[in-house]
Structures are given as structure tokens and as C-alpha cells.
Design a protein around this ligand. Structure first.
Ligand code: 5RP
Length: 233
């Protein structure tokens, strides 16, 4: 699996033009993107400014010698690269297994181009097939948000930490819910309904945001990289 992630990461980095402002996503696939970008930066082959979506992205960028700033420091991003948990045939995406989806969505929205990098295990026919929808909410609203999601047919569970007792708290300081839905027939409608819940900070449905998915398929020894094009908006 790692070889597939590396292959997708390399293909994504090839699409970054020298001098770009680059949104740096979060996750294990993005760690390879950052490694590759760092190697190019060290060789002097590429000068970019990274925009971090998480502490992970910021720390890795610093480790690899990539200049990095916060979303608040930029008015636009040339290209944002990020991983995904599920991608459907229309390029709609579920993100947030790393609890960074709120800032990831902001950086994707700031970006002129948003590219997701995945191995083929992330491709699904229907969003929600395998993954729950991650939801970030302010702590005082948690019970209220859970009630609203149940009324929508979801089953929201508070995400608990590994290496920490109690709830996962995002980089922004909020707890995370994972909401399973039996069947998501209309992801755009669900996205809008979730956005309308008071106290809900953000969710992991990215609708009409991705321009491309770079997909790496087996064999591991010689991955085949395919680029899927989507219409944004
Ligand atoms: C973090 C994310 C990640 O991009 C997503 O979970 C994919 O991660 P990985 O590349 O480790 O599978 O959305 O919030």
C-alpha cells in the first residue's frame, strides 16, 4: 500500500509549478507528498510556499525544509494537494479520518486547483459505503448536533483517542463525531443540511471541490497511476 501512496504522491508533486503557493493536506499519503517536495526543495529544484492544513503538515514541512505558513497568511492557494478517505465517480469526497477536515476544506476552497491523491482502495461507487462522515462540533453543542444528525438518519459516535484517554480533540480544539449513514443518496443535500446545524463547525463531505484525483493502482512493485478529471462547482 505504501508504494501506491508514494507513486500517487510523486505524480502529484510533478503537477506543482515552481514558485507556487501549495496547500499541504494531512495524512499518510500527504506525508509522502511532503517528503518528495522536501527533497526537491533541498536540491533547489523547486521553491514553493506551503499552506498547512494541520500541525502534522506544519511539522513535516518544517522537518523537510519547506517554507510554510497558515491559511490566514494567504488570500489564495495555487494548488492544494490532499488525501481522501473515499472518492466517488463524480469526484465527491469524504475526508477527515485525520480530524483535519475543517482546515483542509478551507485550504481547498482557497485553491485554484484541488487535487486528491489516493490509492485505489479509496474509490467507491457511493459515498459513505465504507467510511462515516467526520464532523467537528464545539463541545457545548455536541449532544444537540448528535440529536440533529440522528433525525437525519445518521448514527454519530464521539471519536475517542489512541494514545489519549477520552475524545479526540482536533487541532482547532473541538471534539469529533463520526456519523454513519445507512445510505447517502444525495451527498450535496446532506452536506447542506449538516452545514445548517448550529454548533457544527464543519464536516468531511467535500462536494464539487476536487478538480482531479490521482489514483495509484497495483501492482505494488510497479504502480499504475491514473488521473481522473472532475468538474468543480
Ligand atoms: C485527514 C484526511 C486525510 O487526508 C485522509 O484521512 C486520508 O489519509 P491517508 O492518506 O492517511 O489515508 O482527511 O483529515
Amino acid at each position: 500500500m505504501d508504494e501506491l501512496k508514494k507513486a500517487a504522491a510523486r505524480a502529484a508533486v510533478e503537477r506543482i509549478a515552481d514558485g507556487s503557493v501549495v496547500g499541504l493536506g494531512t495524512g499518510t499519503t500527504l506525508a509522502y507528498v511532503l517528503q518528495e517536495l522536501g527533497a526537491k526543495a533541498q536540491r533547489g529544484d523547486m521553491r514553493i510556499t506551503g499552506v498547512a492544513t494541520s500541525y502534522q503538515a506544519r511539522f513535516l514541512a518544517k522537518e523537510y525544509g519547506i517554507p510554510v505558513c497558515d491559511p490566514m497568511d494567504v488570500n489564495f492557494v495555487d494548488i492544494a494537494i490532499d488525501g481522501a478517505d473515499e472518492v466517488d465517480p463524480q469526484g465527491r469526497v469524504i475526508k477527515g479520518a485525520g480530524a483535519a477536515h475543517v482546515t483542509e476544506k478551507l485550504v481547498a476552497a482557497l485553491a485554484k486547483r484541488f487535487i486528491v491523491v489516493v490509492d485505489e482502495s479509496k474509490l467507491v461507487e457511493r459515498l459513505g459505503e465504507r467510511c462515516p462522515v467526520p464532523i467537528e462540533a464545539i463541545a457545548p453543542a455536541l449532544a444537540f448536533v448528535q440529536k440533529r444528525i440522528r433525525e437525519m438518519g445518521g448514527d454519530p459516535v464521539i471519536r475517542t483517542g489512541k494514545g489519549k484517554i477520552g475524545p479526540v480533540i482536533s487541532d482547532l480544539g473541538n471534539p469529533i463525531l463520526d456519523a454513519r449513514f445507512d445510505r447517502i443518496d444525495d451527498p450535496a443535500a446532506l452536506s447542506q443540511r449538516l452545514d445548517s446545524i448550529p454548533g457544527l463547525v464543519g464536516h468531511g463531505l467535500f462536494i464539487g471541490m476536487a478538480d482531479q484525483a490521482i489514483v495509484a493502482r497495483p501492482p505494488e512493485e510497479q504502480p499504475v497511476v491514473e488521473v481522473l478529471e472532475f468538474r468543480r462547482g
